[in-house]
Design a protein around this ligand. Structure first.
Ligand code: MN
Length: 195
């Protein structure tokens, strides 16, 4: 069965004025969709086409891995944001952040540093690794699933993610993501399912 582009969890204009409608249309309808189209082309007529996306990610490399992982990463990224997001986490997630980072401010510092220093294209993540919350960064299509980590939240720092709204100002994009877009409900839900 061919893979399809997962629905965006909100309208293309829902993250304005931070990420513009044009930005989301380009990123979702062009970039995210292209990974779906490319993966289907690469797997056409092959037995792997019947595997789940996660199975493909864990058993492939090269173009198949890059496109499969980028489909997964982008779906996770769209859910990592919401209109009227940002603010502060609550409940078990807030407690875990305080326990493992010292404070929410310290977490934000680490996440900002990871997202800012990822050289070139990639992602910064809040993950659970061995029962502990950590901040990580990955290059290109690489992702926590490969390292047995459970991702809770991600920011896409490929230039295509923020240039239409923020031009070259990656630090401003990261600051805006944490202040106004981050979906802490999604992160909390992922934490509740983590081992
Ligand atoms: Mn992207």
């Amino acid at each position: 069965m061919a893979f399809t582009l997962p629905p965006l969890p909100y309208d293309v204009a829902a993250l304005e004025p931070y990420l513009t409608k044009e930005n989301i249309e380009l990123h979702y309808l062009k970039h995210h969709n292209a990974y779906v189209v490319n993966l289907n082309k690469l797997l056409e007529g092959k037995p792997e086409a019947n595997k789940t996306l996660e199975e493909i990610i864990l058993s492939s490399d090269g173009g198949v891995f890059n496109n499969a992982a980028q489909i997964w990463n982008h779906t996770f990224y769209w859910n990592s944001m919401k209109p009227k997001g940002g603010g502060e986490p609550s409940g078990a997630l807030a407690a875990a952040i305080t326990k493992d980072f010292g404070s929410l401010a310290k977490f934000k510092e680490e996440f900002t540093a990871a997202a800012s220093t990822q050289f070139g294209s990639g992602w910064a993540w809040l993950v659970v690794d061995g029962g502990k919350l950590k901040v990580t960064k990955t290059s290109n299509a690489d992702l926590p699933l490969k390292y047995k980590q459970t991702p809770l939240l991600t920011i896409d720092v490929w230039e295509h993610a923020y240039y239409p709204s923020f031009k070259n100002l990656r630090p401003k994009y990261i600051e805006t993501f944490l202040a106004s877009l981050a979906n802490w409900d999604f992160a909390a839900e992922n934490l509740s399912k983590a081992k």
